[in-house]
Design a protein around this ligand. Structure first.
Ligand code: DX5
Ligand code: ZN
Length: 213
């Protein structure tokens, strides 16, 4: 298998120093930077919006992997696309009836499109979309906060997604990733891993990133 994509989540970074944090990630071998967007409605927490993506884009060339944990994602795709997102992933639960349109809208900007499922959503529900998306993001914690405990039964969905996926589908896992849980996910066939607290609480960022590969 090709190299595992490591996407550190800036949710756990120092927001007062985002530019140096993102440069540090770049220097220490991160493949992408994962940007967690929360609206206080789809999830019980509020984080950042498109202006921050735009600001990050000015200071880095690393691909920005934008995870929209928001209701009505269709209203915000234009903003996040124009801000410089490289991947835009929305939640299936936020838009169960308009997945294809949303994917098309993201693709119209030449950006890769991802679909994410929360812990209680069955992989079967998104099976019909696996051919049109570039990425599936499987949540292994309830979305909303960093630093939660990995739920292995959620990671077990990787098998079903993989069995129905085209060859180049990216299967990304988000929530509670550390060295051990990363191995669990990679063994099942995940090829992209998001990690927030594990990377930002480590004393050696490079070692932490390398340990997930
Ligand atoms: C949770 C976010 C995650 C989070 C991961 O809702 O989607 O990306 O930042 O953080 P850790 O790695 O600490 O579980
Ligand atoms: Zn995320």
């Amino acid at each position: 298998m090709s190299e595992i994509i490591i996407a550190p989540s800036i949710l756990s970074s120092d927001f007062a120093n985002l530019e140096s944090e993102i440069k540090k990630l770049e220097e220490n071998g991160a493949t992408w930077v994962h940007v967690d967007v929360m609206d206080g409605h789809f999830v019980p927490n509020l984080t950042i919006g498109a202006p921050v993506v735009k600001a990050l884009k000015r200071v880095t060339t690393i691909p920005l992997d934008v995870h929209l944990m928001i209701s009505n994602p269709e209203k915000y795709i234009d903003d996040f696309a124009k801000a410089g997102s490289d991947f835009i992933t929305f939640h299936y639960e936020a838009m169960p009836d308009n997945v294809a349109e949303l994917v098309e809208k993201i693709h119209s900007y030449g950006i890769k499109a991802g679909i994410s499922i929360k812990p209680k959503t069955k992989p079967d529900e998104i099976k019909q979309y696996l051919d049109i998306v570039d990425l599936v993001l499987i949540m292994t914690v309830e979305p909303g906060f960093g630093g939660q405990k990995f739920m292995s039964d959620c990671a077990d969905k990787i098998t079903e997604i993989k069995n129905n996926a085209k060859d180049n589908l990216i299967i990304e896992i988000d929530g509670g990733i550390n060295k051990e849980t990363a191995n669990y996910c990679k063994n099942l066939g995940a090829n992209a891993l998001v990690a927030g607290s594990y990377i930002f609480s480590s004393d050696n960022m490079k070692e932490a990133i390398d340990s997930l590969r």
